[in-house]
Design a protein around this ligand. Structure first.
Ligand SMILES: *[C@@H]1O[C@H](CO)[C@@H](O)[C@H](O)[C@H]1NC(C)=O
Ligand SMILES: *[C@@H]1O[C@H](CO)[C@@H](O)[C@H](O)[C@H]1NC(C)=O
Ligand SMILES: *[C@@H]1O[C@H](CO)[C@@H](O)[C@H](O)[C@H]1NC(C)=O
Ligand SMILES: *[C@@H]1O[C@H](CO)[C@@H](O)[C@H](O)[C@H]1NC(C)=O
Length: 455
């Protein structure tokens, strides 16, 4: 049963195919479409020159290949569909087995001379070799274009910025009285389409595509333009990790260095190292940002202010170190004077001819060694006779000398550590005041700049 049905089907199809065979070539022959037929490509395809050619345009964004702030270049990869009417082309599909569309090589027909105003480099990607022609004379052409365009970017809020780049499309020779441009899909549809087809965005997040129409006037002639405005937002994570955070870390280190002891210039070395590290980071910034004069980028303010604060803290450290040096120099002088005095004292002890002594124990021993009024000071010494006296007192004197030497070195060390002079006090005061000033300024500045970045 099934076999019979197949047989019937084959017979039936054979019968119908013998009716008529159509090929695209029949349509092409009917239209007299040949490569050397100038009628189709020489002039704007209207039967009456007063007729307008309406060009419908659609542009979708496939990928954002690059956005280069330094050279102000925006390189998207777009997919453009262009449609227009060719009044010379018309055929009846019923005469050609219902053929409604044929494809012809692009160089055989007239094409609108559209160009992109912002394009600064010719597109060298291969062109789509065919155009689609419908029986009503509607011609459509599709093209993938890598647009290298110039775009004035505002880097004030870099890296938390949103950029708007225009791609303006217009005709080079046909004025508004000959050719009109109209967008195929409105802004909301174009945005939605682009969201569906976009493949790679890289660092950028596509936000919206806006289509506006504009008349460009030059002299007394007017051209119509379509302006496609791409809005995209930068993903700032990389720059935050690469740049903002390291600088913040160095600033924290600089603040922490206030707790390093002031002596011997260790703090100074540390601060200089941190400052050098920041200046290396500043070199990176030079590679990214364009040199624009109208508005300073916030990130430059951020770097310069932090750099200046750290420089200030370095200068403060130098001042404090200088004061400390001065302080220790004066205490050294004091020590030398003490030593001198002690030497004189020693001479006096040896002579033992004075009652006015500073150190009472010294004087008492001195007196004991002299043997005068010994019963008042050392009652035991009364038993001891003059024979032993001189030898023992000499030993005691030696011990006393040793003790005095010890006390002197101890005093010196103590004065080094705690007993700071006038300059030392100033240094501590300056340090404390500057620390408070530094912390307040840094936190205030960081708050302000992050508010500005967020706005
Ligand atoms: C094509 O050319 C032939 C003669 O060369 C002419 O008769 C015919 O009308 C032309 N067809 C069209 C559509 O112009
Ligand atoms: C983009 O076009 C709009 C008009 O639609 C214009 O206001 C804006 O200034 C243009 N932007 C640039 C960067 O040229
Ligand atoms: C855009 O076009 C779509 C259909 O093509 C329509 O539904 C929508 O209302 C239009 N939006 C605007 C703002 O004109
Ligand atoms: C441009 O000029 C044409 C013709 O004068 C006019 O119809 C059209 O509205 C104008 N377009 C704009 C955006 O002004």
């Amino acid at each position: 049963m099934i076999h019979v049905a197949f047989l019937l089907l084959i017979v039936f199809t054979d019968g119908s195919s013998s009716k008529k065979v159509c090929s695209y070539q029949d349509v092409v022959d009917y239209l007299n479409l040949t490569t050397d037929n100038g009628a189709y490509k020489l002039t704007r395809p209207v039967l009456d020159y007063n007729h307008l050619t309406v060009v419908k345009l659609d542009i979708l964004l496939y990928a954002i290949l690059a956005v280069i702030e330094k050279t102000q270049t925006f390189i998207p990869f777009v997919w453009a569909t262009v449609m227009w009417n060719n009044e010379r082309i018309k055929w009846d599909p019923t005469q050609f087995c219902g053929i409604t569309h044929i494809s012809v090589p692009t160089e055989m027909l007239w094409k609108p001379d559209l160009f992109i105003y912002e394009m600064i480099q010719k597109d060298d990607s291969p062109l789509n070799p065919y155009m689609l022609v419908s029986y009503e004379g509607e011609v459509s052409s599709e093209q993938d274009i890598r647009v290298v365009s110039t775009c004035r970017m505002d880097v004030h809020k870099f890296p938390f910025d949103t950029q708007r780049c225009n791609i303006t499309i217009g005709s080079a020779v046909h004025t508004v009285n000959e050719m009109r441009l109209s967008p195929f899909s409105n802004s909301s549809r174009a945005t939605q389409f682009t969201r569906e087809v976009i493949k790679s965005q890289g660092e950028w997040e596509f936000l919206q595509l806006c289509v506006t129409s504009n008349n460009f006037t030059y002299g007394n002639r007017q051209w119509e333009q379509l302006i496609y405005t791409f809005t995209m937002k930068r993903r700032p994570l990389l720059h935050v990790i690469n740049f903002l955070l390291p600088i913040l870390f160095f600033l924290t280190l600089d603040i922490a260095s206030f707790f390093i002891a002031d002596h011997r210039g260790e703090k100074l070395g540390f601060k200089v190292t941190v400052l050098l590290a920041i200046s290396v980071l500043l070199l990176i910034l030079n590679d990214i940002l364009p040199s624009m004069s109208n508005k300073t980028p916030l990130i430059a303010t951020y770097c310069i202010v932090i750099f200046a604060l750290m420089l200030l803290s370095l200068l403060e450290t130098i001042l404090v170190t200088y004061l400390m040096e001065k302080d220790s120099a004066s205490s050294e002088k004091l020590r030398l004077r003490d030593e001198l005095e002690d030497k004189q004292e020693k001479v006096k002890i040896n002579n033992c001819n004075t009652v006015e002594k500073r150190r009472t124990c010294c004087s008492c021993i001195c007196k004991a060694s002299d043997g005068e009024k010994q019963h008042e000071l050392l009652p035991v010494a009364e038993e001891v006779n003059n024979s032993i006296q001189s030898r023992e007192s000499r030993v005691l004197l030696l011990i006393l000398e040793e003790l005095k030497e010890l006390q002197k070195t101890l005093n010196l060390q103590l004065s080094c550590r705690h007993e700071v002079g006038k300059f030392g006090h100033w240094a501590t005061r300056i340090n404390r005041a500057f620390f408070i000033f530094y912390i307040t300024t840094v936190s205030l500045f960081l708050c302000l700049i992050f508010i500005e970045w967020n706005s």
